[in-house]
Design a binder for this molecule. Structure first.
Ligand code: SAH
Ligand code: SF4
Ligand code: F3S
Length: 487
């Protein structure tokens, strides 16, 4: 495995992004010099960022090292998202910028990766000639061949989706990282058919990655100094992998425990949970393991049962409420967050109010909130008119944001006076005199630097003030600590 190579010790961002001339050892033990460079921008969900690290690893084996400077890059890549129209607009704007750079440096290759690849391949490659390469999320292993084709002036296109590809054997090259927290993809694709969602079309069928490779990636990360991993999938609770030799089936709850047992000082998070699939076993694992964080991202999308039915979420308001109650019953000190869509097809004012009351009832510590954006090809686009005017969608979104802000503020006020175990991720954006880190609830905590502690250390921080997004506090001695619920 080449992640034992010191060039992959990526604690120093500047070193990471300008490593031309360095040598990387491949999985097969061969030394590959970085004689060319690539620049990559990623959009969309954490899975896309995680995929960019797989892409970086594959490119590394072909002699491409990462650079932060697109002007010097031999290859400029954009890993795209299709989830809302706005995401696609951003990509178009960036491609125009990239083409300006290419004009100055002919021979530079431009490639589109990720979720827009399938839908826009012909347009981008042939009609608008904006790019040289279009590669879908399951075709990254083909990148070296596609690069050769593109260099020879041929079409560099592969958007085939796979039923098996999980990139299980590829050690991601960590990009833009702090050397403390990392993502691990545990599955790909999605078999749910939420009517608003483009993901099943862009990423294909759900498949789970070999559990051994997940545990070994977590172990490697711990050895390299990482102290937190986030297990990623569109629907992590439906993770299911059968050991081909023993036929033993590893469920998500079992996987969580296996990763938690890598080391008590390796924190484990996961995202995203679909309310219909999260089991009591998962909740018990969170309760029983101190290093599995008390945090569940459990998107509701809408608080109204009729809308949920149209969305094909397969649960209704009451069912969701039972699930949240169960979470708070088993893990009283759990933070729950959500995703919300306003103005879905035919949503009435009363139905919208059901979403507002749900935010208050569920006491989400935070939510990601969006107005509905119709996506071509989805069930909703085919079946239901997108009939809520944009200004209504936006006004409802503003109301949802307002209520969530109130609830987040209250949630964070309750933390004042509490002491939390915080993993130091680095210095805060605003000041080098402050550290930033997260507590078990995934809340950002800011506190003054104390020289005896460094990035990657756990400290106990007593909270003395807060706003709707952040907690502020000071480091206290360990003995003083009263870890929140678990002992
Ligand atoms: N797998 C995750 C969601 C991934 S997409 C889950 O099921 O929860 C992230 C979020 O984007 C979704 O939860 C949803 O809130 C939002 N989203 C997806 N499609 C959308 C659309 N067409 N318009 C607006 N928001 C959308
Ligand atoms: Fe999209 Fe639904 Fe799958 Fe999430 S669970 S990725 S919202 S189809
Ligand atoms: Fe976007 Fe694809 Fe993720 S559409 S949200 S990048 S799965």
């Amino acid at each position: 495995m080449y992640n034992s190579n010191p060039t992959l010790d990526q604690k120093d961002k500047t070193i990471l992004h300008d490593r031309q001339g360095e040598v990387m050892t491949t999985d097969k033990g061969a030394a590959v010099p970085f004689d060319k460079s690539f620049y990559i921008e990623s959009y969309g969900c954490q899975m896309n960022f995680s995929d960019s690290e797989i892409v970086a690893s594959i490119l590394g084996q072909s002699g491409y090292g990462p650079t932060r400077n697109m002007e010097v890059a031999d290859l400029i890549l954009i890993n795209t998202c299709s989830i809302r129209e706005k995401a696609e607009d951003t990509v178009r704007r960036r491609l125009t910028e990239f083409n300006k750079v290419k004009k100055q440096k002919p021979g530079t290759l431009i490639g589109v990766l990720g979720c827009m690849a399938e839908r826009l391949k012909d347009k981008l490659l042939d009609q608008e000639k904006l790019v040289d390469l279009v590669v879908g999320p399951d075709a990254y292993r083909d990148l070296p061949n596609l690069l050769k084709s593109a260099t020879d002036g041929e079409r560099g296109l592969n958007v085939l989706l796979s039923r098996e590809e999980t990139y299980a054997d590829i050690s991601p090259m960590r990009l833009d990282n702090n050397g403390v927290t990392a993502f691990i993809s545990i599955m790909r694709g999605c078999d749910n058919m939420c009517s608003f969602c483009v993901v099943p079309f862009t990423r294909g069928r759900e498949r789970s990655r070999n559990a051994f490779t997940i545990v070994s990636e977590a172990t490697d990360l711990y050895t390299q100094g990482y102290r937190e991993v986030t297990l990623l999938g569109q629907n992590v609770d439906s993770y299911k992998w059968e050991n081909p030799e023993t036929k033993e089936v590893v469920s998500f709850a079992k996987l969580l425990v296996l990763v938690a047992e890598v080391h008590p000082n390796l924190r484990v998070r996961f995202s995203t949970s679909h309310p219909k699939d999260i089991t009591d076993e998962v909740l018990y694992a969170i309760r029983d393991y101190e290093n599995i964080c008390n945090y569940i991202h459990l998107p509701i999308q809408s608080g109204n049962s009729r809308i949920l039915k149209l969305m094909n979420r397969t649960y209704d308001r009451d069912w969701y409420m039972d699930k949240v109650s169960r979470i708070y019953e088993i893990i009283p000190d759990c933070a729950v967050t959500s995703d919300i869509i306003t103005g879905f097809c035919s949503e009435t004012e009363e139905e919208h109010v059901d979403t507002l009351t749900m935010i208050k009832w569920a006491k989400y510590s935070m939510s990601y909130m969006f107005f509905y954006s119709e996506r071509p090809g989805t069930l909703a686009a085919r079946k239901y008119p997108d009939d809520i005017p944009l200004e209504v969608k936006k006004r409802r979104l503003a109301e949802v944001i307002e209520v969530q802000k109130e609830i987040s503020t209250e949630h964070n006020q309750k933390d004042i006076g509490n002491t939390y175990k915080v993993l130091i991720e680095g210095t805060s954006k605003r000041s080098d005199d402050d550290y930033k880190g997260r507590n078990t609830h995934n809340k950002m905590v800011i506190f003054p630097v104390v020289d005896s502690y460094k990035q990657g250390d756990y400290v106990y921080v007593k909270i003395d003030r807060s706003n709707s997004a952040t907690l502020f506090g000071t480091i206290v001695a360990h003995e003083e600590s009263i870890p929140t619920s678990k002992s």
